[in-house]
Write a protein that binds this ligand. Structure first.
Ligand code: SF4
Length: 428
């Protein structure tokens, strides 16, 4: 684990307590475990526990012989989900998703990997290890400990498993529900975004989609958004210094319009004091629909470009092929999808701080013309800046195994020059 060597550890029996560990301040794609911002740690004979600045458990790794790999770990999200970071094949993982570690979720299996970490004893034990640590900490006589160690231990004791579960409920109450899916680009900040809902629902209610909800598309009021931001500021507490990126949800933030996007982005900027965040390169993530993009004018992108964030907007295009769009029950004509893709390339070339990326569906059941149409339409362009305009492939159902997915990915990567990755659907 990489840390600067300026932290003071405190030893007590078999505990090594380190209240302030400084990690890395810029998100990076590396093939070794890395921590971002500031965390605190307790190392016992059995586990390494790492906590955010509120004393809430964030990472845990077992030191037992049966732990799957010394470079792998568990991360707990603000929604109280566990994610296991698997490292079994760095180059394959990078080819697939653009990251060296493959996140495995406690709530769904990745159909393209054989890894099932949540079926393994050491991983299950680590997930349930917090209350045991807290019981041990409660019996420690802390009166002679330095003040900062006492404060740290007290904050852990106040955040047992039930409290963390209640906090996740509070988190969803503030937002008005779960974020059923984050944009694929959020991988660039290891999914460490503060979500703020500026609109509910979506325009199309596509037949194939499993993440949609029943809401008609409706924007939230500025008052509601300000209320969310203030409640989230209090929820994240002192740990907000470890964040500098936001996701403006839900499924079509772009269609909420520039006034609301700008208001939300700037209110969050001020309220969370992102200027003084420990983390560098603030990012703003959004989803956008074909109609939202085609209805947006240059003034809108000029204003987005001037925001104090790098803005990444993920567009749900799904297919350039009309037969495939009909099969998916996506009510946007192929001609509009093509126009949207042309607009995406233009915007990426014109605006330094904006990156539009595109989603396409893959499945064994789709018409053969679908993949060829992606290659044909994308190869018309040279993307210029190869770090922009990524293509993401969303797997529909479990119809393709890893080998099939790699074949499709390689075909798309070879046939045109935009970066292409598999989209891992992660919730918050
Ligand atoms: S793919 Fe996007 S637009 Fe279509 S139903 Fe799902 S969330 Fe709505």
């Amino acid at each position: 684990m990489r840390f600067q060597h300026n932290m003071a550890s405190y030893l007590y029996n078999n505990f090594r307590i380190t209240p302030d560990k400084t990690g890395v301040f810029e998100y990076a794609k590396v093939s070794y475990p890395v921590r971002y911002g500031k965390i605190s740690e307790i190392r016992t004979d059995d586990h390494i526990f790492q906590f955010n600045l509120n004393g809430e458990l964030k990472f845990v790794r077992s030191l037992a012989e049966n732990w799957p790999h010394p470079g792998e770990w568990l991360k707990r999200t603000m929604a109280n989900d566990w994610i296991y970071y698997a490292s079994d094949n760095y180059s394959k993982s990078y080819d697939l998703i653009g990251e060296y570690y493959l996140p495995c979720f406690s709530y769904s299996d990745n159909p393209f990997t054989h890894r099932r970490p949540f079926m393994q004893m050491a991983v299950c034990d680590a997930v349930r290890s917090l209350n045991c640590l807290i019981e041990k900490l409660k019996s420690v006589e802390v009166s002679s400990f330095p003040q900062n160690i006492r404060v740290f231990i007290d904050s852990i004791i106040r955040n047992d498993e039930q409290v963390l579960s209640d906090k996740a409920n509070r988190f969803h109450e503030i937002l008005g529900g779960w974020t059923s899916v984050l944009p694929p680009d959020v991988r660039h900040v290891d999914y460490e975004v503060i979500p703020i809902n500026i609109a509910d629902g979506c325009l199309y209610k596509c037949g194939f989609c499993s993440v949609k909800n029943n809401h008609d598309f409706t924007v939230r009021s500025q008052r509601n958004i300000k209320h969310q931001i203030l409640a989230l500021k209090s929820f994240y507490g002192i740990d907000s210094v470890n964040y500098c990126s936001i996701f403006l949800g839900q499924h079509d933030g772009l269609h909420a319009g520039i006034d609301l996007i700008e208001f939300s982005a700037l209110t969050a900027w001020e309220c969370f004091d992102f200027k003084n965040s420990l983390m560098k390169t603030p990012r703003l993530f959004l989803f956008g629909s074909v109609d939202a993009l085609l209805g947006a004018d240059e003034k809108m992108f000029n204003r987005i470009d001037r925001l104090p964030y790098r803005t990444i907007i993920n567009l749900g295009l799904e297919s350039f092929d009309q037969e495939t769009l009909d099969f998916l029950q996506k009510p946007t004509p192929a001609s509009s999808v093509k126009k949207a893709f042309h607009r995406m390339v233009d915007i990426n070339n014109c605006y330094e701080n904006i990156d539009l990326t595109a989603n396409f569906i893959i499945s064994k059941d789709l018409p053969p013309a679908h993949i060829d149409s992606i290659i044909e339409n994308c190869s018309y362009f040279s993307p210029g800046n190869c770090t922009k305009g990524s293509l993401y492939l969303s797997l529909l159902g479990n119809s393709l195994d890893t080998h099939d997915i790699m074949k499709v990915l390689v075909k798309i990567k070879k046939g045109q020059s935009f970066p292409a990755f598999l989209y891992l659907i992660q919730r918050l």
